[in-house]
Design a protein around this ligand. Sequence first.
Ligand code: ATP
Length: 362
Amino acid sequence: MENMLVLEGLTKTYGDFYAAKNVTLNLKEGEFLTLLGPSGSGKTTTLKMVAGLEIPTSGGIFVHGEDITYLPPDKRGLGMVFQNYALFPHMTIKENIMFPLKIKKDGKRKQEMENLAMEYLRLVQLEHVAERKPSQLSGGQQQRIALARALVYSPPIVLMDEPLGALDKKLRGDMQLEIKRIQKKLHITTIYVTHDQEEALTMSDRIAIMNKGEIAMMGTPDEIYEKPNSVFVADFIGESNLIPVSRAASENGALVLRMKTKKASTFVHRPGGGPVTEFADDTRFVIRPEKMFVDRQLGERKKLTGKMIDVIYLGESVKYIILVDGEVQLKIKQQAIGGTRIFKEGEEVEIGWPDDAGQVLN
Ligand code: ATP
């Protein structure tokens, strides 16, 4: 399918500081792409360039192949939803939603605009508040009105910057599903900005992880979670054990890794296909806590031994904190099914994981 929206080498500098550096993205029609990253990583800067609120230092923005890099915001035909949704306080909810239609001046009659506004109020399930003023709505309701207002003139592309930032956790979860439902139904191409990884994993077709103005990794939610391409991404998404290692030996496709500790324990890793990372000073063996297991004795499945230092019950799962080589703390998470073994603090335990679990990353 043809790319609907293309960002090509988008760069924004302030003095010699790169707020966004060489950001390149392609969005297909109807795709939901999230920019996810820590504070200051360039998400908002990138979105503002797409919106026309910041002029790029270099690079280009194309919609259906047409260069819109220097078009004024109102000529781009984009819908925008931001965290501070700024509804007009003196207008009713219906008037607020009609506002973009009035501005557009495309010859629609008043009745037609009213009908459209009501249609979008129904879409966000708030028809009954049409005649109220914004101050008479809750935060979540106001956010849904902002969404309706951004969508009412059927923009092919919608940009959203932390639109749920001001809402509490429960409402946030409901709104995530609501936005996703509407986005899918109307087949709207969407760029969404958040620093909340759970939100990104729930909502996105693809995620671009940003770090220091650059895209560190781009992929589907499960690619990003299962096959992070760097220590940064593995550390940013979900929980990971990051074990400093060097290469002790390699034999028949298996690597023997040596922990960078005084005791220098070794273990075998079989990279499951994919490129083998070059070893550097800060190379880590990266493994998710839920891929690992622990027991008093694991026989052949043993990779390392350690000392149990903490057992934390999390309801549906149990988290073990284990000290290996007297220096490195590892986290292991296991489902709390009946008969979960109770370890004593200070007890010696054995740790294992499937041979191909985990990755060597820089
Ligand atoms: P957050 O999640 O905190 O909103 P972000 O990833 O959206 O962060 P940006 O707002 O894009 O980050 O900012 C990227 C970097 O650019 C930050 O270090 C910020 O301080 C800097 N920056 C943004 N606007 C300007 C400006 N007008 N002048 C100088 N530096 C700026």
